[in-house]
Design a binder for this molecule. Structure first.
Ligand code: MN3
Length: 200
């Protein structure tokens, strides 16, 4: 049984960058739906008591309809939980740790170059999906995009930061202006958590 984590901030705490109404629907409706459907799909199966992140890592060993449910609804449950964890009110956003900062510099050139490349990835996700900062098994950073609710865990990457660019993530406030949503997101990144993810 997967349980949706509580938000570490109030629904209006990311205003004006991420608005309360959209966050409310996103967290309380969309995320809840993924969790409910995932739990229903694995109930009574051998996967019911497995840790969701481990299921997504080992997805190649799973077959049939339950695999599709784990990828789509399990992925949706995990991705959103992770997304909330890397958000923070602008006043608590902080900065990347020294270690993460130098890894960003060596992978992308500078923080500004990283921001540009991450934003470009997020803008160019076609249809629904996510942009990610991940590290590979050797600790090297890269930016990747996934479609729908696919997880970097399923291709051996460790997520450090992500951005949901499904229209449901931003449409109430930003309408068709995904680039404005991406720019706003950079104000409410929980760099403390991203740095922890990097050094873990
Ligand atoms: Mn979403």
């Amino acid at each position: 049984m997967y349980e949706k984590p509580k938000l570490a901030f109030e629904l209006d705490a990311l205003e004006p960058h991420l608005d309360k109404e959209n966050l409310d629907i996103h967290y309380n409706k969309h995320h809840t739906a993924y969790v409910t459907k995932f739990n229903a799909a694995v109930e009574g199966t051998e996967y019911a008591d497995k840790e969701l992140g481990e299921l997504l890592k080992d997805i190649d060993g799973i077959e049939g309809d339950v695999k599709i449910a784990i990828v789509n609804n399990g992925g949706g449950a995990w991705n959103h939980s992770f997304f909330w964890s890397v958000l923070a009110p602008a006043s608590e956003s902080g900065e990347p740790s020294e270690g993460l900062s130098s890894a960003i510099d060596s992978a992308f050139g500078s923080f500004e170059d990283f921001k540009k490349q991450f934003s470009e990835a997020a803008v160019t996700v076609f249809g629904s999906g996510w942009a990610w900062l991940v590290k590979d098994s050797e600790g090297k950073l890269e930016i990747m995009k996934t479609s729908n609710q696919d997880s970097p865990l399923s291709v051996g990457k460790t997520p450090l930061l992500c951005l949901d660019v499904w229209e449901h993530a931003y449409y109430l406030k930003y309408r068709n202006l995904r680039p404005d949503f991406i720019e706003a997101f950079f104000n409410v990144i929980n760099w403390g958590m991203v740095s922890e993810n990097f050094s873990a």
